[in-house]
Every structure is written in structure tokens, then in C-alpha cells.
Write a protein that binds this ligand. Structure first.
Ligand code: ZN
Length: 497
């Protein structure tokens, strides 16, 4: 049979997924030397003998990177090793000047934790296998070919500015038993992880710029089987939406192969943003032997328990606790909460209320107009160029009569475009209610003159016809008049008030 959807797959197979997430830390200097980690710069200017791997150069571990890693481990409920070492992962590639990557192998700094994530109101526990430290590679540029890949290129350039930037790898345990929700749980995990990393302030977690990147492992086993199936690894999945799509497309692809009696190759695959499918990369059938061995140029990392406890005590309020507190203070019903959760706006509404707005207005903006704007731009609502503080300010200006509803939308549009403060947008666009009565009277007279039929109907007592004239005045004043006041003026002029 062919498998068109995840539901088809589940009739015969049980999915298991796992995620390996790489996070670039935002330390000022590199992992094992003092070179700057700033993005960009002339190629090969942010290098030194250590990150170029020159003979005799000696590395030293960045203490802030260790502290950041411990923060991540604690936030993910991990145990923290009291003693661990770096290892050399040996392989040759031109973007890696030492011909080995300094990483952690069988002695990770953090291990055996978990992260609880929620999908449709149900909590799923994702086990964390390990959190370990390593370094980024340099960057190759292949010049002369049509595709930018090495095949067909005339020559290749390498920039070592990125070589040695601290990388943290966070590896989950295999996550079985999520059934049809596997793609959503995978996405929810990366979302929750990103939010934690952002709260900890250890990385700028920009998936589109590669400072947070995921490899997604997926396998299928026939229902009732006692062993897991062969897994594939989809590399460098660079958006939250793509995490979900990668799991879904691999489930469907693997089910088709298994059903045709074929076997799944253990291989690396690449996610295609355009099609939402994966294409084969490197085969892992013959496992690479990296000949790991301890890095004896670096002293072991042995964080004192008191230091770890001090870091734990100083962790910021984490997203799950914050969410629970906001939900409590919002005081909304379970149904309303579910709606807000589905729209991805619980925290946004909560923060808008914390900034002084009433719950109803805050929900109205985030679940209504702003969700529409996010959908139109195909981004998450939280990714819009507007903050809860902006929205709270707009709500306050509507409440005190400075802005009409129409002007409030124009102000929000301005913030979405520019990211500027609400008051700056209002000043720049001249968004002020016309409260000059003379101007409103004149606009009302003009509207009556332009539509004598409507005017006569109102004089005859058909008050509902006033809507058309109010619309004319609002248009003439570019939405800057107070509609209620305009209505009053028109009715008075036409003998109905
Ligand atoms: Zn260096």
C-alpha cells in the first residue's frame, strides 16, 4: 500500500524519533583560545595558532562556556559530572585545521536529564541523554561550480573565523510512544529547548542563522515489534516547522519502503525546504571510526559541587514555571487557555497583561489581528516584530481615547514594519484622533452633501442609514475621527438627536 499520511503509517508501524541539537554559545571568545567569536569579519582574521592547529599551540578551556553548559544541563534536569575530559574526534576535512575536533566522547559534562513538553494539553517527557561541549569547524566556500557545491567547482576557499567557536550538543534519548503526534512532539521539544536557551541567555538561538541547528533521527518498527527499526538522520533542519515536516516525511517514506519489503539504510539525509522531503546523503552503513581518545593537552573539567549549586540557585525563572505563573495570574478557563495555547500566545498574552493591559484586550489583539498577521507572513506569532509591551501601550492609548480602533491597527502595522516604539510610530505617521469639532462638522456637512439620498432617509427616521455617512467621514479623516462622535454630529445635523 502507499502511505499518504502519518495516520496511514500508524496502522502498521510505530515511530521513534530522537534529536541532536547543536547550539552556538554567545561567549565573546572561542572555546579554546582568546580569538573573537564575532560573526563576519575578513576571512581568517579571527584566528591564532591554537584555532589554526599549528604545532606546539596549547588550548585552554573557556570558563564561561563551561558555566553556560552547566546552566543548560541544570535547566534540562541533568546530572552534572564532577570530573570529565575532552576527547579528540579524529577525521580529516579541510575546514578543520587540526584534523581532529575537540569534543566530549564518553565523558559528557551533563547527562541523564529530561524536558517535559506539551502538545494538545498532554505532557510528553523527552529524555536527555547528554549535553556536551565541542567546537565548531571553519567554513568552506566552493567557487566556480553552478551549485556552490564541491562537484564542478574550480577551487575551494576556507575561512577559519568560525573554527573553535563553542558548540554545545544536546542529545535526546530515543522518544517512542508518541504515535501520530511524533512530528508535533519533536517540534514542541525544539521550541521548548529554544525558549530555555533564550531564557538562560547562553545563545542567540537563531535557527535561520545556524546558531541553533537540529539533526532529526527517525525510525519505524512494525506494531508490536520488540526492537527499534533502523534509523535515518536528517541533517541541519533549520526551522521549527521543518523539524515537524522532517519527522513526518521520513515516517511516510520509510513506511513505503518497509511495506515494499525493502530495508531502511542507516544513512544521513538532507532536508529539502522546498519540497518538505529528505534526500539521501552519506551512508553510515560502514560506521566511521573516529578513533576517539582523551585530549591530554587540556586539564579535566571538574566543577566544584558548590559552584554547580551556586549556578543552580541563580538560574532565571524557566519558561515552564513562568508559563504556569502567567496562566495562574490570567485566571482564564481551561477552554480559553487551550485556544490561546493552540495559537501559541499564552506567554504573549500573559506578558501583555503584566505590562498593564486587561486580559480581554490582550487576548483580542494576540489571538485576532496579530495571529492573522503572523499567518499572512508564515511565521510564528512570537516571531512578529512586536512585543507585549508595544501591544499593552496600544491598548492603553485606545482606553484613554487617544487612538480609535482603526488608528490602533495603523499604529500596530507601523510597529510591525519598523519595530519602533508605539509613540514614535504615532508621531511619525501623524496618527491622532481628529477631535477638532470644526473639522468634524465640516466633514459631516461634506458627507451629507455628497449623499443626499442617505441624508433624506435619516431625516425620515431611518437612523440605520447613518452608517454610510459615518463611513464617508471616517474615510475623509483617514480613520482619525472618533466614530461615535461623528455619528452624533451627523444625527444632530439631520434632526435625529
Ligand atoms: Zn584562536
Amino acid at each position: 500500500m502507499t502511505f499518504a499520511t502519518v495516520e496511514d503509517v500508524l496502522a502498521k508501524y510505530e515511530p521513534t524519533f530522537g534529536l541532536e541539537t547543536h547550539v552556538e554559545l554567545n561567549t565573546k571568545s572561542k572555546m579554546f583560545c582568546g580569538c573573537s567569536t564575532d560573526f563576519g569579519g575578513e576571512p581568517n582574521t579571527r584566528t591564532c595558532p591554537t584555532c589554526l592547529g599549528l604545532p606546539g599551540a596549547l588550548p585552554a578551556v573557556n570558563a564561561l562556556a563551561i558555566e553556560s553548559t552547566i546552566k543548560i544541563g541544570l535547566a534540562l534536569n541533568c546530572s552534572i559530572a564532577t570530573w570529565c575530559r575532552f576527547a579528540r574526534k579524529n577525521y580529516f576535512y579541510p575546514d578543520m585545521p587540526k584534523n581532529f575536533q575537540t569534543s566530549q566522547y564518553d565523558e559528557p559534562l551533563c547527562f541523564d536529564g529530561y524536558l517535559d513538553v506539551e502538545v494538545d494539553g498532554v505532557t510528553h517527557r523527552v529524555g536527555i541523554e547528554r549535553v556536551h561541549m565541542e567546537e565548531d569547524t571553519g567554513k568552506n566556500t566552493h567557487v566556480g561550480g553552478a551549485t556552490g557545491r564541491i562537484h564542478g567547482a574550480d577551487y575551494s576557499l576556507v575561512d577559519f573565523n568560525r573554527a573553535g567557536i563553542p558548540l554545545i550538543e544536546i542529545v535526546t534519548k530515543p522518544v517512542p510512544g508518541t504515535g501520530a503526534l511524533a512530528p508535533e512532539v519533536a517540534k514542541a521539544y525544539v521550541t521548548a529547548l529554544r525558549d530555555i536557551l533564550r531564557t538562560l541567555g547562553v545563545s542567540d538561538v537563531r535557527m535561520e542563522q545556524g546558531s541553533l541547528r537540529c539533526d532529526v533521527n527517525t525510525s519505524l518498527a512494525p506494531l508490536g515489534a520488540t526492537e527499534w527499526g533502523t534509523r535515518t538522520e536528517t541533517k541541519n533542519v533549520n526551522s521549527l516547522r521543518s523539524v515537524e515536516r522532517a519527522v513526518r516525511s521520513e515516517m511516510i517514506r520509510q513506511a513505503g519502503l518497509l511495506d515494499a519489503g525493502q530495508r531502511i539504510l542507516q544513512e544521513t539525509r538532507h532536508f529539502q525546504e522546498t519540497t518538505g522531503e529528505t534526500r539521501p546523503g552519506r551512508s553510515k552503513e560502514e560506521a566511521t571510526d573516529y578513533r576517539h581518545f582523551p585530549e591530554l593537552d587540556l586539564v579535566p573539567v571538574a566543577p566544584a559541587p558548590e559552584w554547580v549549586e551556586q549556578i543552580r540557585a541563580n538560574l532565571p525563572e524557566l519558561p515552564a514555571a513562568r508559563r504556569a505563573r502567567l496562566v495562574e495570574s490570567l485566571g482564564v478557563s481551561a477552554d480559553d487557555l487551550q485556544q490561546m495555547s493552540n495559537a501559541g500566545v499564552v506567554e504573549l498574552v500573559g506578558e501583555t497583561v503584566e505590562a498593564g493591559a486587561p486580559v480581554a484586550e490582550a487576548r483580542n489583539w494576540w489571538q485576532g489581528y496579530l495571529t492573522q498577521q503572523a499567518n499572512a507572513k508564515e511565521v510564528e506569532t512570537a516571531e512578529l516584530n512586536i512585543t507585549p509591551a508595544h501591544v499593552a501601550r496600544v491598548i492603553a492609548l485606545v482606553a484613554d481615547g487617544t487612538l480609535s480602533t482603526a488608528l490602533a491597527r495603523q499604529a500596530v502595522d507601523g510597529v510591525l514594519e519598523t519595530g519602533d516604539d508605539v509613540d514614535a510610530v504615532i508621531a511619525a505617521k501623524g496618527l491622532k484622533k481628529v477631535s477638532d469639532t470644526g473639522a468634524l462638522e465640516a466633514a459631516a456637512d461634506a458627507a451629507i452633501a455628497a449623499d443626499p439620498d442617505a441624508a433624506q432617509k435619516i431625516r425620515d427616521g431611518k437612523v440605520a442609514a447613518v452608517g454610510a455617512l459615518v463611513g464617508q467621514v471616517m474615510k475623509a479623516t483617514r480613520g482619525q475621527a472618533d466614530a461615535a462622535a461623528v455619528r452624533e454630529i451627523l444625527l444632530r445635523k439631520l434632526g435625529q438627536a
